[in-house]
Write a new protein. Structure first.
Lengths: 330, 330
């Protein structure tokens, strides 16, 4: 059995960025070290609520995108005089839900804060094919150098919002919320969770730090459903939810008997979901939150919603991307 | 007309990371500042060739993914004893091309370097549904905390490799290479370009710094095709290619007359492509590189390849993701 000790050294602190050096030493005496950056948001990571809470994440996302694309410099932009001025229109070539205005703006305005961007729509708006989204005016080199990075954010985040909106519309009129997962594109967790909101979806936990989701291994390790729920309530502060995943009606019964207040029904059939809802609504005056997950598509999501579950979580909202077709016309 | 002056201050230098503060001041006196990180690779950014050149990028990608997922700590993992040992098998539920072994390994081994991972396949291998990919053994908390981040990399990068491979197979037997673009997921440029290689594709320029691609705006600004090509050759060092995008046979003729050695035929019809190939092969003893792009799908890529072009660039390789279905079974 190996135990691990972590030594964390803060290497750099700015008002916005902390750079840590982490050294871990296991009980065999083997050590390993690495560095990581984190972004300070009111002193701690907190639940994603509004775009203005994301400003630090946006800055990091954009700096990384510009750095990997521009690197030591945009060679082709040198063909354009450094004092030339340009204006351009962003058009969408298909129906979509817009998301990513702040990331798009930041790409241009990080290179030159004087770049003017006038939006005719905003995040969360439904847009039509051939619709003009915004006008960008500024230094020609800045516009040419930032164009691809800005569009890469907009086409990807709008893809997530659009995909989410299709699920939200498919369950319209039921009580079920469409919920995301941790199956996200690495490095873009916050951005994608924000895009899910723009599409009308609801965020599940942001990460492993702001919610407890008990699965099979945790149940086995703690010695059963009742002890694992008891231990979870000891660990969780008042703002942390405790959810338990069950794979059968018998497991659900055991979880409810042990006082579960939030259950995840994984890969249940429609009949099992209906029975689970009936069984669960009798408890806590109907206050137990019921979530369904597993192999849910646009084809079957309405049937799942009509079983009466409260939430439906769907990995494809954030793990599958079909980029929205955008163009920047000078 | 606004000109911009950049002031770059290096805030931090480690053997692997440089943190810069950039202040730009435009000619109106307005200033703006931001910070960005870059990763040192032999002192400069260089063309992507082999996986071992990516080790720094992998470390940054993984640190970011673990930080956004684990944050202040994995609450649920606290339900498992800190000295428990687990082993798990990664299985693929569908046919795919594998990519992302190093990112996957790094997620576990960043948390604990003693984690053992035995792979039965490697990057670039074709895998079948239900195939076992690897076995992971180590501390239970480490396995549970790194699982999602590791799978997020593997499912996304394997998606890119698999999608690329389908295009490569569709043009098998022709002379056309399948080439990527800069339409990538922000923050994952290098990782996705590596995945394209694993699928049998060829990388176009990595960013704006290692190739010149002349488009309409650059031609207009420089006063025509001949002056823009002349100026490009002055800017480009010997290891930087100069490619010019043309939108008609007349523009192609002008580019060839001005000595172009690499042309991008954007949105040409099949007939136009055939004529362009015939016209171009007469020049430079057939040494001009001909690339086609624009609205190329799995349905029409073979017809495009059979026109005789050398390269076909496709944005969807990296901008559209259909995550490969993987599971980790304990």
């Amino acid at each position: 059995m190996v135990t691990i000790r972590y030594i964390v050294v803060t290497v750099l602190v700015t008002p916005r960025i902390r750079l840590f050096k982490v050294q871990n030493v296991n009980s065999k005496g083997e050590s390993n070290s690495y560095m990581y950056c984190t972004i300070i948001s009111n002193g701690s990571l907190s639940r994603l609520k509004r775009l203005n809470e994301l400003s630090h994440e946006i800055k990091i996302n954009v700096s990384q995108a510009l750095t990997e694309d521009i690197g030591s410099g945009d060679l082709t932009a040198l063909l354009v005089p450094d004092d030339q001025h340009l204006s351009a229109i962003i058009e969408c070539r298909e129906e979509a839900v817009l998301c990513g205005v702040a990331w798009f703006n930041s790409c241009f305005q990080t290179l030159c804060s004087a770049t003017e961007i006038n939006w005719f729509v905003q995040d969360g708006d439904s847009i039509q094919a051939e619709q003009k989204l915004c006008e960008v005016r500024g230094n020609a080199r800045v516009l040419l150098s930032a164009e691809r990075s800005a569009l890469n954010f907009l086409q990807m985040l709008s893809a997530v919002a659009t995909h989410t909106k299709r699920f939200v519309e498919a369950v319209a009129g039921t009580n079920a919320a469409i919920v995301d997962t941790r199956k996200t594109i690495p490095g873009l967790r916050f951005a994608q969770k924000y895009a899910v909101q723009c599409g009308g979806g609801v965020n599940h936990r942001l990460g492993l730090y702001d919610g407890i989701l008990i699965k099979e291994n945790h149940i086995l390790a703690a010695g059963g459903i009742s002890p694992v729920l008891k231990k979870s309530r000891q660990i969780a502060s008042s703002d942390v939810f405790v959810q338990i995943e069950v794979e059968s009606l018998a497991e659900l019964e055991a979880a409810l008997n042990a006082g579960a207040t939030m259950v995840l029904l994984d890969n249940f059939t429609l009949d099992q979901l209906r029975e689970a809802v009936t069984m669960t609504r009798k408890r806590l005056n109907g206050g137990v939150i019921i979530e369904a997950s597993g192999n849910i598509s646009l084809q079957n999501v309405r049937q799942v919603a009509e079983t009466g579950v409260d939430r439906i979580s769907i990995g494809s909202l954030t793990k599958n991307i079909r980029a929205i077709d955008l163009s920047m016309r000078f």
